[in-house]
Design a protein around this ligand. Structure first.
Ligand SMILES: [Zn+2]
Ligand SMILES: [Zn+2]
Ligand SMILES: [Zn+2]
Length: 264
């Protein structure tokens, strides 16, 4: 197998060949926040060629292992992760050219999968241990859902989710590192944000200029800003607060084996 890709700004490139040791979907809360989607597509190789500057954020993963998650510090694209003391490279599939990814054989951390996001039929799906932290208590007064990035510097409160969609545009794929992105669409007045995300601005595939926000410290995906509204990357909001997506943008861009939204 050969895979290649680059981040949204082009500063980071990745290429890899050989047989992957894991092809998986991961629903752990760290992956949810890092990608901003409700799950991550992770493909592990013994080694990969990665060029350009990446920033790493070290954490104790929910498995108990110490892990470093790497992202492009300029555009916020998710790139890969490593476990300390282990040579393997866990590539974020969204970086790869759309359509080139093989179906997953495993799904991890089903206990933090959204109720409407069932495991793929042919995967070996595992629950693992219960949530290590309770669902966060609401502190922002009016928020109905309050979440945070992995390092906690950025907190987001959402009052009403007007619509929810899944976007599989190339920019969202690279930005999240997942094959799609869950987007909770909220009015500007229905969003409260504490902390200062980094922003990366680009011309969207719709032709409009949009700004994407991510945490400069831990790489978690936060939101897309348009003129009139904000689309919050759902992975940073608490488990269970996300309504099932009503539709999917750029469906043609996603692997044929991938789920279609809305889920039947
Ligand atoms: Zn970049
Ligand atoms: Zn952070
Ligand atoms: Zn998108």
């Amino acid at each position: 197998m050969k895979l290649a890709g680059e981040c949204n700004c082009g500063a980071v490139t990745m290429s890899v060949s050989g047989e992957p040791s894991i092809i998986s979907i991961c629903h752990c809360t760290d992956c949810r926040r890092f990608t901003g989607h409700v799950s991550a597509y992770i493909i592990a190789f013994d080694a990969a060629e990665i060029t350009g500057p990446v920033r790493g954020w070290t954490t104790r993963a929910e498995s108990g292992k110490e892990a470093v998650r790497f992202f492009c510090p300029h555009c916020g694209s998710g790139v890969y992760a490593r476990h300390i003391g282990e040579p393997r490279v866990f590539i974020n599939g969204g970086l790869c050219i759309p359509g080139t990814l093989a179906p997953p054989t495993k799904e991890f951390w089903m206990r933090s999968a959204e109720p409407w996001d069932a495991a793929y039929p042919n995967t070996f799906a595992m629950e693992f241990q219960p949530l290590r932290e309770p669902i966060p208590q609401r502190r922002l007064e009016w928020a109905t859902a309050e979440g945070r990035c992995n390092c906690g510097q950025i907190r987001v409160g959402v009052k009403t989710i007007q619509h929810a969609v899944v976007c599989s545009c190339t920019t969202c794929r690279r930005f999240t590192g997942s094959i799609s992105a869950y987007l909770a669409i909220v009015g500007r007045d229905d969003l409260e944000m504490v902390g200062r995300p980094k922003t990366w601005s680009s011309l969207a595939e719709s032709g409009r200029r949009v700004r994407r926000m991510f945490c400069g410290e831990c790489g978690s995906s936060i939101a897309i800003e348009h003129d009139a509204r904000v689309e919050v990357y759902g992975g940073i909001l608490p488990l269970g607060s996300l309504p099932p997506p009503e539709g999917q943008r750029f469906r043609q861009n996603v692997e044929k084996w991938a789920k279609a939204y809305p889920v039947a």
